[in-house]
Design a protein around this ligand. Structure first.
Ligand SMILES: N[C@@H](CCC(=O)N[C@@H](CS)C(=O)NCC(=O)O)C(=O)O
Length: 201
């Protein structure tokens, strides 16, 4: 998401790849930037910033004319709806997706299937809400914003983890719409694809 936001904002940035599967997020030099070893993290004017929602909001406010988060700083209601979407993706969906992808990270025991099952139920509720919203409004806040890219990331990650997305047509169509309508999304996808090759994944 952050790469898409930076591309949309037209801001200059250097990208450093972190191979989570190889545990690079747990190395001391990365933890100096992101103390909990979470990705993404940004270094802005030498200062570290973590949490997707904060980084995306910072990018949006650094390019207020861009569409990253439209009207941010101008219309308090639109700003709150966008914040609600970012929090929904980061705070509600992300842990549910972790339960689908890596249930072993959520228990000290060895029973993973109940965690995956409960996470599937919760993700189903969350995606039902999100699918209805996208079907009704087109985009999360009614016009495109980075929230739609975050939502698409969450849904795609759930599908990769084996979640059955067949009953969410609006979310199933999101990736295609983003590809068709947003150059910044296409650039992010190209950068992602190159990164996977570079990391040998
Ligand atoms: N609340 C954080 C969550 C970030 C997060 O969990 N990122 C995952 C990658 S999608 C991660 O860092 N996984 C590596 C790990 O937890 O060790 C945010 O929204 O930025």
């Amino acid at each position: 998401m952050v790469v898409c936001a930076l591309e949309e904002a037209g801001l200059r940035y250097d990208l450093k790849l972190i191979n989570i599967l190889a545990g690079e997020q747990l190395k001391d030099d990365y933890k100096a930037v992101s103390p909990l070893g979470k990705v993404p993290a940004a270094v802005i004017d030498g200062k570290p910033l973590t949490e997707n929602s904060a980084i995306l909001t910072f990018v949006a406010r650094s390019a207020p004319e861009s569409a990253v988060l439209p009207n941010v700083g101008l219309d308090p209601w639109v700003q709150a709806e966008a914040q609600s979407g970012l929090s929904f993706c980061g705070g509600t969906l992300h842990p549910q997706i972790r339960g689908l992808m890596a249930p072993q990270r959520l228990t000290t025991g060895d029973q993973f299937s109940p965690i995956r099952e409960k996470s599937t139920q919760l993700a189903h509720q969350s995606f039902t809400f999100a699918d209805r919203r996208i079907a009704d409004r087109g985009w999360w806040i009614g016009s495109w914003s980075i929230v739609d890219v975050y939502l698409n990331w969450a849904f795609s990650a759930a599908l990769r983890a084996g979640f059955d997305g067949a009953s969410f047509p609006a979310l199933l169509g999101l990736s295609q719409r983003l590809t068709a309508e947003k150059a910044s999304f296409r650039r992010m996808m190209e950068i992602d694809a190159r990164a996977l090759v570079e990391l040998g994944l």
